[in-house]
Write a protein that binds this ligand. Structure first.
Ligand code: FEO
Length: 167
């Protein structure tokens, strides 16, 4: 495997684990605010990001690439509001999309078809992730300062299942 690709995949593994850790911090915030439905939603995101990291980790190993695991920054566990959490989440997803696209472009430019094929799943996944988080941001914005609306959303997001998202 081209060392540049291996480096890029290692960086992406770090990015996914950083995202996972950020979602764990968000889970902590919501749990501490007794918004357990939002916490549940963030916990599932945390688990999904770990799964993304492991997918890349296994791929790197399958291709005989050198695994190099870098440190993961400490995440925030406090936010000003639920909206601030979901806006940070959307920003993180957008950043992740850019990072996946850069890696995809690198693999294409180096004619590494196997990596391009592997990354296609991530490209598609990011479309879903951004759409999912974008929808939550807009619903939380619409709820504004209405407590009843926010609690309704808390219940709604609390009903999320991992299976539905993996389909
Ligand atoms: Fe692994 Fe949220 O992208």
């Amino acid at each position: 495997m081209n060392p540049q690709i291996a480096t890029g995949i290692n960086q992406q593994i770090n990015q996914e684990l950083t995202a996972s850790y950020t979602y764990l911090g968000m889970t902590a915030y919501f749990e501490m605010e007794s918004l357990t439905g939002f916490a549940h939603w963030c916990r599932l995101q945390h688990e999904e990001e770990q799964m993304h990291a492991k997918r890349l980790f296994d791929y790197l190993l399958d291709r005989g690439g050198k695994v190099e695991l870098a440190a993961i920054p400490s995440p925030r566990c406090d936010y000003e509001s639920p909206l601030a959490v979901f806006e940070a989440s959307l920003e993180q997803e957008e950043q992740n999309t850019r990072s996946i696209n850069d890696l995809y472009d690198l693999a294409s430019s180096l004619n590494d078809q196997a990596t391009v094929s592997h990354l296609q799943w991530f490209v598609d996944e990011q479309v879903e992730e951004e759409s999912l988080v974008g929808e939550v941001v807009s619903l939380v914005k619409r709820a504004g300062s209405e407590v009843a609306a926010l609690l309704y959303l808390n219940d709604k997001l609390g009903a999320r299942t991992a299976e539905a998202d993996e389909a």
